[in-house]
Write a protein of this length. Structure first.
Length: 497
């Protein structure tokens, strides 16, 4: 279906009760609804926003267009959790209400200040000629969860030299000062990041561009995020317009980081050793981080990408968020692991210790569509070995290691209904090692793989048949030892449906 501008800019209230019920029922009938991931009730979810800890709970908002699986008039939808695992749908938090955000409450971040949660976001306005005007706006949430927008934008204009692609403020505090980074496009159509400073979150001074030495690196950088971890500065951003380079940059847009010295806010420099992709899979974009009360740095991403159709579209919804990942620094890189709270989901456990030799083999008790699976491969002589997930006689999602190429390979070409096929169905990444471990989280329509204790991550939506539930281990031209543990995962959602 082609959505007209009028249809994309309708609000939830503009739809009749019957239309809304119809949409909700259509979504409920979908066989690819997730069980332990954050997903929209109806319509389209994109970037995580305002990820924070406030008043004893984690708050995680997301970009939301309720009326269908397209990018239309965006709201912030609010979810909250006490443990980063069980999330409660709170409802719409911010919707377009005035001339500054009339065409979308776009992405932004949250920070606690004076006992309230300050939400800073980009208001997207279009004038009568459909020219875009971005405003950076503040809203404040109190302990009762009531949210009030400030009447006037706190950053009302785009500075000279930049286009109207100017958005996604991410705020942090350093000593007594607040800083914000904003994703921007220079007039010469290259991407960059702007740094602002404030004493009170209400008045902001532009400091200038952050110089990380990547001056011609895509045409726009979205969703920047800056934090410090283990004495390093880390700058995340999403460059659009990079060319494919061997195994890198295969998705429509990229998401990655530079890691190095702490950001020098006077000179606005961060010295680093290069740009690295955060995720080596298919469906990952616009991540945002927060600092947990115990000091952990936690990241959540959008498990999806713009401008790509997904098989759930015909059921009136699209996308979900990734699992929360804890970030650490090792060997000059970010390592990512699922937060330990996810163990709360663990149910029935099955274990196996086997050696397989030039064969493909299922193991008693290993099957399913919602589980956590850890597999450690050692003493291998095989050319390739790995696991087939969500498999049947007609489908499989393949995760393997190639000992010649020294690459982890994720292949969703036979995973069921295809998504984003124009960007290929195979992703690879170099991992030089003599031991491979995969920690895999499978939900009804997604797979997240943490390789070798978080050195690399592969994230993918998959759309297999409900009955494709086999798990098979394989080794080609040689053997490997495998130690595997599987847990059924049980979330409230599935238990009650
Ligand atoms: C990234 C993005 C942001 C923008 C938001 C709008 O996916 O394009 O730059 O604020 O989505 O929904």
């Amino acid at each position: 279906m082609n959505w007209s501008r009028e249809q994309r800019y309708r609000r939830w209230e503009d739809a009749s009760k019957t239309e809304r019920r119809k949409l909700e029922n259509l979504v409920k009938q979908c066989n690819w609804r997730q069980t332990f991931h954050i997903q929209p009730v109806t319509g389209l979810l994109n970037d995580p926003n305002g990820f924070s800890y406030y008043n004893g709970e984690y708050h995680l908002f997301y970009q939301w267009f309720p009326l269908g699986p397209v990018h239309g008039l965006k709201n912030w939808y609010h979810t909250k959790s006490k443990d980063l695992v069980h999330w409660e749908n709170v409802g719409v938090a911010l919707e377009p209400t005035n001339e500054f955000d009339s065409h979308g409450v776009y992405s932004g971040s949250g920070i606690e200040h004076n006992g309230e949660l300050f939400l800073m976001y980009t208001g997207n306005n279009r004038d009568e000629n459909w020219v875009r005007h971005p405003y950076q706006i503040l809203a404040v949430m109190n302990k009762e969860g009531q949210i009030k927008k400030l009447e006037k934008p706190v950053i009302p204009a785009v500075p000279n030299g930049y286009t109207d692609h100017y958005r996604d403020p991410k705020v942090w505090k350093d000593n007594d000062c607040f800083f914000a980074v904003i994703g921007a496009q220079r007039k010469n159509e290259t991407g960059t990041i702007m740094l602002y400073r404030s004493q009170n979150l209400l008045e902001w001074d532009l400091e200038g561009e952050v110089d990380i030495g990547l001056n011609e690196f895509g045409y726009m950088w979205e969703c920047p995020d800056y934090f410090e971890l283990d004495n390093h500065g880390v700058l995340l951003f999403c460059p659009q317009g990079l060319e494919r380079d061997r195994d890198s940059y295969h998705n429509i847009y990229q998401s990655g980081y530079v890691l190095g010295s702490r950001l020098n806010v006077q000179e606005r420099t961060l010295v680093h050793s290069g740009f690295h992709e955060l995720d080596r899979g298919f469906d990952f974009y616009a991540p945002q981080t927060m600092e947990a009360p115990d000091g952990r740095r936690i990241l959540v991403g959008w498990m999806g990408l713009p401008e790509i159709e997904y098989p759930t579209d015909s059921n009136g919804w699209a996308h979900c968020l990734t699992l929360p990942r804890e970030l650490t620094v090792k060997n000059g890189r970010l390592w990512q692991n699922p937060v330990k709270e996810l163990e709360l989901l663990r149910g029935e456990e099955t274990e196996a210790h086997i050696t397989i030799d030039n064969e493909t083999k299922g193991i008693e008790g290993f099957a399913g569509d919602v589980y956590e699976l850890s597999a450690e491969f050692s003493n291998f002589t095989a050319e390739q070995f790995g696991i087939e997930l969500r498999a049947s006689d007609k489908e499989k999602t393949v995760l393997k290691y190639d000992t010649q190429e020294k690459k982890v390979i994720f292949d969703r070409s036979e995973s069921g209904q295809a998504a984003g096929i124009q960007y290929g169905a195979v992703r690879k990444c170099l991992v030089e090692t003599d031991k491979i471990s995969f920690r895999i989280f499978v939900d009804v329509s997604s797979v997240e793989v943490f390789v070798n204790d978080g050195a690399e991550v592969f994230t993918a939506r998959i759309f297999p048949d409900q009955n494709s539930q086999d798990i098979r281990f394989f080794a080609y031209n040689g053997k490997t030892d495998i130690q595997a543990v599987k847990y059924k995962l049980t979330s409230k959602e599935r238990a009650s449906s």
